[in-house]
Design a protein around this ligand. Structure first.
Ligand SMILES: C[S@@+](CC[C@H](N)C(=O)[O-])C[C@H]1O[C@@H](n2cnc3c(N)ncnc32)[C@H](O)[C@@H]1O
Length: 349
């Protein structure tokens, strides 16, 4: 039996959390049972998580004080604790995750946004606070693109993801954040569905070497899609594709900000340089790990740089603001008409 399946079977859900509870019970008893079950399952912060789940079940805001003697009917609490005992991530149980300035819907279709990735947003806003055209490759929940658009009111952007369900999720998040008129999402293979050039290209690609996937915490290994994690034999497959594509996606003066995995701060810059790009900066995350790699064209005569950039000849309307004077928008990054199955751009908004 595969290791992961064996681990799933080995998790025992305590009987009190196996059935829905229907009678009101004191908060103290509910919390005590939940804390014990979560601790036994190896959850790191059982007290905090039990409180969070109970508040969620009671539809009370985070931070509300609970009266331990209060008798409550907490529909769904038992089922939520049972899910957490099986090491399902809190964010998936709550259905939401805070990221940068936004609160986003999450699902099993893509990665739950991580605090580490906020370094990409910070680096992008520092590098191009004037960006108008933003592209996010492997957008997932849309967390990177939507955070940047929320901070830059004149910008518009496009996000792509191989998973149509992830692209649809990002579209829902754009609507919920009031950013749908400045964001569009496409399903496709990296930039294959698109033509055009951008001031900012963001990406947090899958970067975990395949052999390391089995060593991940159960929250990740058993509940997040391999497509969002697996970077191939050396973890660099996606960076090779991105390095190849970026010279054809960046506008003059444009920058790309890529999230790096731990220990990739030399290999990924080397791939980028080999593709004709320059390393402009490398920002650490809050833990001090080099996390956000900022790339651009090397300094030099503009004509020479652009001549060397693959795909320049196919530059389309996205580079120019329309003569009509209307504000350019995601519609200006043109989905490629294609009959190549999943590589064809499918607007998911
Ligand atoms: C590490 S997750 C990042 C998601 C989100 N940008 C974030 O920072 O939380 C990588 C994302 O890339 C997507 N992906 C993987 N391979 C892809 C490909 N060939 N083309 C486009 N997206 C891809 C996955 O579906 C996943 O949503």
């Amino acid at each position: 039996m595969p290791l992961r399946a064996a681990r799933m079977l080995a998790v025992r859900v305590p009987p009190c959390f196996s059935n829905a509870m229907i009678a009101p019970r004191p908060v103290s008893a509910l919390l005590a049972e939940a804390v014990a079950a979560l601790a036994a399952a190896g959850v790191e912060a059982p007290v905090r998580e039990a409180r969070l789940l109970l508040l969620h079940a009671l539809a009370r805001p985070v931070g509300t004080l609970l009266d331990r003697a209060e008798q409550v009917l907490a529909p769904g609490f038992a089922a939520m604790v049972a899910r957490r005992v099986r090491r399902e991530p809190m964010a998936l149980i709550l259905g939401r995750q805070g990221f940068w300035t936004l609160e986003l819907e999450v699902s099993r279709d893509t990665l739950i946004p991580r605090a580490d990735s906020e370094a990409v947003v910070e680096a992008a806003l520092a590098a191009r606070p004037d960006a108008r055209r933003v592209l996010d490759l492997g957008t997932g929940t849309g967390c990177l693109l939507l955070s940047v658009l929320n901070a830059l009111p004149s910008a518009w952007g496009v996000g792509s993801d191989l998973s149509p369900a992830a692209a649809a999720l990002a579209g829902r998040n754009a609507r919920a954040c009031g950013l749908a008129d400045r964001a569009a999402f496409l399903a496709g293979d990296w930039a294959a569905p698109l033509t055009g050039r951008f001031d900012l290209v963001l990406s947090n690609p899958p970067y975990i070497p395949t052999v390391d996937l089995g060593m991940l915490m159960p929250e990740v290994a058993d509940h997040e899609p391999a497509r969002a994690l697996d970077g191939g034999a050396d973890g660099l497959d996606a960076y090779r594709r991105l390095a190849e594509a970026l010279p054809g996606l960046l506008a003059p003066g444009g920058v790309a900000v890529l999230e790096l995995g731990i220990g990739q701060h030399e290999t990924v810059p080397a791939l980028a340089r080999a593709a004709g790009l320059a390393v402009l900066a490398l920002h650490p995350d809050l833990g001090g790990v080099p996390r956000a790699l900022v790339l651009g064209f090397p300094r030099g005569p503009m004509k020479k740089r652009l001549a060397g950039a693959a795909g320049f000849a196919s530059l389309q309307s996205v580079q120019r603001e329309p003569a009509s004077g209307r504000l350019p928008g995601p519609q200006d990054a043109q989905p490629r008409a294609s009959s190549r199955g999943r590589r064809g751009g499918q607007v998911a908004q």
